[in-house]
Design a binder for this molecule. Structure first.
Ligand code: ATP
Length: 328
């Protein structure tokens, strides 16, 4: 029989994402609902090692569901990568009588949580918080939907300038390993081409395609480029190549950067965070450990952390085809 859980800690780790606050709120309120204690851990695993904890009750998380970032702050911790660091974290948790941990973060944070469990048999549960949507075991990570809306809004604004000046814009969006943001926002923003890490279109084919669009009557174009796209070494080289090999367009680059990670979470992310927090706490209470809570077929389900870490998040091939047809 697993030990009954009476006190749960929650932390946010890795890059922040919109919806993390809504997840903290949900974890805290689910604990309150089940009459168990909850502590917030500041600065991710750094705060865990230092014992930077704060007791949280239902009222302590008022007014945060609509806020981006994370009130608990996030950090990357080198020390937690060492056994000594994790030993300190374990001592802090046991000294504070905490007997379950919810980690909101990406696959690095989950790797840390899994190792921690394996070393100290401490119950852990993961909630995927990252805008990149690059985690196996969930159709949506927290913050992905908000980031999509932020990027589409930016593309719409860039298009106003592109069409007023007959310009070709390369717009760089986040996504080092997967093209979810690029593919979805490219379709929603009416991009002519979408360059993603999963597919190497090739420079010549890109220029051919842009020339074809131009001949078909388009006077401006937008190309969405994921950070990890394989076609050029970086977006500025891409611009130089197209400048040299294509006539008639004034070519510009816009790198959206960190604005994609901020802002008020969308309705979808707030609801998702609320659902995930409930599932994470209730799973811990039910004796489960080493799982990530994810959304699969619109149901909140558990995936073993090991699978979530090792599995690959794949792009939707149907979306690729739709984007090809839409750019006709
Ligand atoms: P993002 O997707 O934003 O990068 P992430 O959770 O993947 O989020 P990382 O920086 O990879 O971010 O990991 C966050 C923290 O998790 C690290 O700073 C470290 O403390 C811990 N961590 C990552 N990998 C390990 C590991 N192999 N062993 C122990 N701890 C780890």
């Amino acid at each position: 029989m697993p030990k009954a859980i009476k006190k749960v800690a929650v932390l946010t780790s890795g890059g922040d994402s919109p919806g993390m606050n809504a997840a903290i709120r949900s974890v805290v309120r689910t604990c309150a609902y089940h009459n168990i204690e909850c502590v917030g851990v500041y600065r991710g695993y750094e705060g865990l090692i230092e014992g930077d904890f704060k007791s949280m009750d239902a009222r302590s998380v008022k007014g945060i569901i609509n806020k981006g970032g994370t009130i608990l702050k996030s950090a990357r911790s080198k020390e937690f990568r060492t056994v000594e660091g994790r030993q300190k974290a374990f001592k802090q948790l046991t000294d504070a009588n905490v007997d379950g941990l919810v980690v909101v973060g990406g696959d690095g944070s989950f790797t840390g949580a899994l190792i921690f469990n394996q070393e100290f048999d401490f119950p852990v549960m993961g909630i995927p918080g990252t805008i990149d949507n690059d985690i196996y075991g969930t159709s949506h990570t927290l913050g992905f939907d908000t980031a999509l809306n932020t990027v589409v809004d930016a593309i719409d604004k860039i298009r106003d300038t592109a069409s007023s000046h007959n310009r070709l814009f390369f717009v760089e969006v986040m996504g080092r390993d997967v093209g979810h943001i690029a593919l979805n926002t490219g379709i929603a923003g009416g991009a002519e081409e979408i360059l993603i890490p999963e597919e190497d279109l090739g420079l010549d084919r890109l220029v051919d395609s842009l020339n074809k669009s131009r001949k078909s009557g388009k006077t401006s174009s937008i190309v969405i480029v994921a950070e990890g796209d394989k076609i050029g070494k970086n977006i500025f080289e891409l611009k130089d190549y197209v400048d040299e090999n294509m006539e008639g367009y004034d070519v510009r680059v816009s790198v959206l950067g960190h604005m994609q990670r901020g802002g008020a979470p969308s309705c979808f992310d707030r609801v998702l965070a609320s659902r995930m927090g409930v599932k994470a706490v209730e799973s811990l209470l039910g004796g489960e450990t080493n799982y990530m809570v994810g959304l699969l077929d619109n149901k909140v389900e558990l995936t073993p952390l090991e699978k979530a870490i090792k599995g690959k998040s794949k792009i939707n091939l149907e979306l690729l085809r739709v984007s090809d047809i839409m750019s006709t």
